[in-house]
Design a binder for this molecule. Structure first.
Ligand SMILES: *Cc1c(COP(=O)(O)O)cnc(C)c1O
Length: 219
């Protein structure tokens, strides 16, 4: 499918083109077709691409991959949105480095709804517990939640995870003490399940293979 059709089918959700492991010329091509939001997983790769593609003046970079705490200092102020804030420790490190650098950082909180061992993110109760601490961090703006649901055969089950993320966001947003955190965004849905995600309220869908084709394998 071509970019225009996909973008139209996803509206009003925004399309984040997931360009991890894709060569820079493919990012340029999509940019020429009008795509502006690009998502990367690996810090070093992302920063190199940012440097090489500086001439694409209004490109917007998002970080969606797991972020180690010791890399917080390299990423603050370099991404329009970090989707993968998956622990209180990481959030604290990000806020601290924002303070040192004099920047503010927009983030999403990654939620692991199935509490899968292999995946990062807060489980639901853990997030509710950590919420007062997270929302107090001075330099972070929490725009919403992100999830990567387990791979299941049934479209139905995936839908339930997406719905759960929306309900969790609504619950957190009803806390009047966090009025300064927008909490408007739900980053959910990939090439396989974005239609269901949009039906359940996704505001950002993260699309890789449907836009770029198969990814080269990571060395
Ligand atoms: C790679 C990746 C995607 C894109 O997946 P596709 O199946 O290629 O659309 C989305 N979200 C995250 C967190 C990813 O790592």
């Amino acid at each position: 499918m071509d970019l225009k059709t996909i973008v139209q089918n996803c509206a009003p959700a925004r399309v984040l083109a997931v360009s991890k492991l894709q060569p820079e010329h493919k990012i340029r091509e999509l940019y020429q077709e009008g795509q502006r939001l690009f998502g990367e997983n690996y810090v070093q790769e992302a920063l190199e691409k940012q440097d090489h593609l500086q001439d694409l003046s209004d490109i917007q970079w998002h970080l969606i991959g797991h972020l180690q705490k010791n890399k917080a200092k390299f990423v603050v102020g370099r991404f329009a949105l970090i989707h993968s804030v998956d622990s209180t420790d990481l959030a604290e490190a990000l806020s601290r480095h924002c303070g040192l650098k004099g920047v503010e950082q927009n983030i999403l909180i990654q939620v692991n709804l199935a509490a899968e061992e292999s995946k990062g993110g807060f489980d639901k109760d853990g997030l509710i517990k950590a919420w007062p601490q997270l929302t107090k961090l001075p330099h972070l703006h929490i725009w919403g939640l992100m999830t990567m649901p387990p791979l299941t055969e049934e479209g139905h089950e995936v839908r339930l995870y997406f719905r759960e993320l929306r309900e969790l966001r609504d619950r957190l947003r009803s806390d009047i003490n966090v009025a300064h955190h927008p909490l408007t965004e739900l980053s959910m849905g990939t090439s396989h399940d974005f239609k269901v995600a949009i039906e359940e309220g996704a505001t950002i869908v993260r699309l890789g293979t449907i836009l770029f084709g198969e990814r080269p394998v990571k060395r």
